[in-house]
Design a protein around this ligand. Structure first.
Ligand SMILES: [Zn+2]
Length: 358
């Protein structure tokens, strides 16, 4: 009996997770109401999750592409809002629905948000769109306006928190648009270097505690810039590897003495993969922990066993399993955080842009 039960816990319930993400795209429980302004990130978790599950055929791709384009903040006729361009998270501000390319209607409080621009572009790539309706110049101008003197980024032009998360979002945007004019890379690199902590992990900013999430954002950003080996010496890289390796308990935690949490199987796991030492972690313990947080009834993953599943932990749980080679899952690009399939199609698009411009 007991052996059967244990065995059952180790099944990866792919079909339930497909249905979990389908529900995320159609209707969300009331407790998600506060996340309305960042709805695009939830759509990203669901879409990229379905992609990794190799189940994108269940989504209405043209409908979603039109919806995402309707969230693009386009320049007005006089281009006075260029520094506010990018993608917004949802239609919460009441700007009229318009998915066509044309001047935006001015609205005092309308602007892009760096994480929405990143996830919006990623969703379009995942859906196989060619990004031809993205106003790249406006996105990059909006991005430049968000960078601070110290190299970090605000999320929105009015100002907000500024930390490593938004450095990562900005890097993903430049990487996907294949245009680094959206940021001062050297300043961003200096910010990353200053965020290295005494224990060799990396914090959200200078003087802050090392954290698995910010270490991922920093290392992945440097990889996308092609600067990892240049910015950190081999000795420093060894110490970062060591800090990350020690985050494994059974699953991974984000900081010393914190409980393990499903999402760090991706944040720390992919950092270790980028640093070429992921193979030295214990895959079996990692897999067992992630699967212990799987909801066997409604699908999805939670951060802890016996907790409610949510789109973020479901997505990163699945990505964590993909990193350790779970059957039936597509490989994930460890820095850009989309499937390798989507990454390859982005590369093809960029190749075509480069040919056009020469
Ligand atoms: Zn978490």
């Amino acid at each position: 009996m007991m052996a059967d039960f244990d065995h059952e816990q180790l099944d990866f319930l792919r079909e339930r997770h497909v249905r979990f993400f389908q529900r995320c795209l159609h209707v969300l429980p009331e407790r998600y109401a506060p996340y309305e302004t960042t709805r695009l990130t939830i759509v990203f978790f669901a879409l990229s999750g379905l992609d990794v599950l190799d189940a994108l055929d269940v989504v209405d791709k043209p409908g979603l592409i039109e919806w995402i384009y309707s969230l693009q903040v386009l320049p007005t006729d006089d281009k006075s809002n260029l520094s506010r361009c990018g993608f917004r998270g949802s239609s919460h501000i009441g700007v009229p629905y318009s998915s066509s390319k044309g001047p935006g209607a001015p609205h005092t409080y309308d602007s892009g948000h760096v994480a929405m621009t990143y996830t919006g572009l990623a969703c379009l790539v995942i859906l196989g769109d060619d990004l031809s309706r993205v106003d790249k110049e406006a996105c990059l101008a909006g991005l430049r306006a968000l960078q601070l003197e110290d190299g970090s980024f605000y999320a929105v032009p009015e100002g907000s928190e500024n930390d490593m998360r938004f450095v990562y979002c900005a890097t993903c945007i430049c990487f996907m648009l294949d245009d680094w004019s959206g940021m001062d890379c050297q300043r961003a690199i200096d910010y990353i270097r200053r965020s290295s902590s005494y224990d060799s992990g990396i914090g959200q900013g200078a003087g802050l505690e090392s954290h698995g999430g910010s270490t991922f954002c920093a290392v992945a950003s440097l990889c996308m810039m092609g600067k990892l080996q240049e910015v950190f010496s081999e000795r420093e890289l060894k110490r970062i590897r060591r800090w990350c390796i020690f985050r494994q308990q059974n699953g991974f935690h984000g900081r010393p003495n914190k409980p393990v949490d499903t999402c760090y199987s991706f944040w720390v796991g992919s950092t270790l993969q980028l640093l070429d030492v992921f193979q030295y972690t214990n895959f079996e313990k990692n897999r067992n922990y992630i699967l212990s947080t799987q909801d066997r009834l409604v699908g999805g993953f939670a951060k802890w066993p016996d907790s409610h599943p949510d789109p973020l932990h479901t997505y990163f749980g699945i990505c964590g399993l993909s990193l350790i080679g779970e059957a039936e899952l597509r490989k994930v690009h460890p820095a850009l955080n989309i499937s390798m399939r989507a990454f390859e199609s982005l590369r093809q698009l960029q190749g075509a842009w480069r040919q056009k411009s020469t």
